[in-house]
Design a protein around this ligand. Structure first.
Ligand SMILES: Cc1ncc(COP(=O)(O)O)c(C=O)c1O
Length: 383
């Protein structure tokens, strides 16, 4: 049987990983500036993470959500502390799309309303409502089409205010990434997030902070939305949460009350995933990784903006996007093939850096040196 070919694959088979490096089946090492798409938060196969999952595997791998699961409660308490969202409640699931699907559904249940506001270039996942709130018609199947999503321009305070003035009593919620990832690293402005908070309060709507990619410390704060100084009602999380072990979740404000049967899942909150997520929080705390993300991200962005051929740099912490000047479109290919460095991309020409939060300055320097050489290599070929 063949695999269903939905990914344009690099012809590289990764079979080993440690820290900020991965190795292919021939033993070639690669520097991972992509973090397996923002997933690797504390470093590949971190020893504490491996041990936490291994110990849990020996103790108990699974039971259904019909019994008390102490490790889920341990994770909720650790998340309350680390995120600073003290009274929030935790619902666990398995992926980012599922986290957003549950967040949107909950907003609708809570308000009794149908309309969701989402923004241009947003990406929220591929399940039914999450994909409908994603601004990419090519991945929305006919069955997912709905007129319940209102798309507005990103960071446009006036358009948002006008929409609420016109139909505020129909709006269940507003969903927004703190830093748009798939779009190419664009930050939501402080005034925009504050306006969302104020309008949601005024009209009784739910503010959903999609933190699947920009959350879990990647921006230097636990949630990138925190830079605006206002709280969301629901935070969705996934990618960095398990450092590669599949887990997602939503943090839910105390004003939103649970009811038996409102949400549910078979695998969400399974003990192995909880062990992985706890290991991530423990390492983040012990190694002060949010501070590291802030400092090392600043270092990396400053250095990038001084490199010849780099046109623009944006982002926060270790969620960085940069664009190259015309003629350097092949830079990612050269970095991968000649310098053995994985980077991410956003169409049409943004390079995304989403490395482990534990990446060292020496590893960052390795990347910067390779980028300078790759620019030189391409420029000399063109001449
Ligand atoms: C902001 C954002 N939300 C949701 C998702 C969907 O997450 P998943 O692929 O785990 O379903 C992604 C994935 O890239 C994302 O970047």
């Amino acid at each position: 049987m063949s695999l269903f070919q939905v990914y344009p694959l690099q012809p590289i088979a990764i079979t080993k990983a440690l820290g900020s490096h991965v190795w292919d089946d021939k033993g070639t090492a690669y520097l991972d500036m992509y973090g397996g798409h923002a997933v690797i938060s504390i470093g590949h196969t971190h020893p504490h993470w491996v041990k936490r999952i291994e110990d849990q595997l020996h103790a108990m791998a699974f039971y259904s959500n019909s019994v008390i699961m102490p490790i889920q409660e341990e994770l909720a308490a650790a998340l309350n502390k680390m995120s600073g969202k003290q009274d929030y409640q935790l619902f666990l699931c398995n992926s980012g799309a599922e986290a957003n699907e549950n967040a949107l559904k909950l907003a609708s249940f809570h308000t009794g309303r149908k309309k969701i506001i989402a923004f241009s270039k947003a990406f929220h996942g591929r399940t039914s409502l999450a994909v409908a709130a994603t601004d990419n018609p090519s991945i929305i199947a006919p069955v997912n089409e709905t007129d319940n999503i209102i798309f507005l321009p990103f960071n446009d305070v006036e358009a948002l205010t006008a929409c609420f003035s016109k139909q505020g009593d129909e709006i269940a919620g507003v969903i927004i990434e703190g830093i748009q990832g798939v779009a190419g690293i664009y930050e939501a402005t402080t005034i925009f997030l504050q306006t969302i908070r104020a309008l949601c309060d005024k009209h009784g709507a739910v503010y959903i902070a999609d933190s699947v990619q920009c959350g879990y410390g990647r921006s230097g704060k636990f949630f990138a939305h925190d830079y605006a100084g206002v709280n969301a009602d629901i935070y969705s999380m996934a990618k960095g949460m398990g450092n590669g072990f599949p887990i997602g979740g939503i943090l839910i404000a105390p004003s939103i009350k649970a009811k038996f049967g409102l949400l549910g899942t078979t695998f969400g909150g399974n003990p192995l995933a909880c062990a992985a997520a706890l290991a991530v929080l423990e390492v983040m705390k012990k190694d002060n990784l949010m501070k590291a993300a802030t400092e090392n991200g600043k270092y990396l962005m400053e250095a990038l903006s001084n490199i010849k051929g780099v046109k623009s740099v944006r982002g926060k912490g270790l969620m960085i996007g940069f664009e190259m000047e015309t003629g350097l479109e092949d830079i990612r290919k050269v970095l991968l093939n000649d310098y053995k460095i994985f980077t991410g991309e956003a169409k049409p020409n943004v390079i995304r850096l989403l490395p482990s939060l534990s990446i060292s300055i020496a590893e960052i320097d390795l990347f910067l040196k390779a980028l300078i050489e790759a620019v030189f290599q391409i420029s000399n070929k063109t001449v």
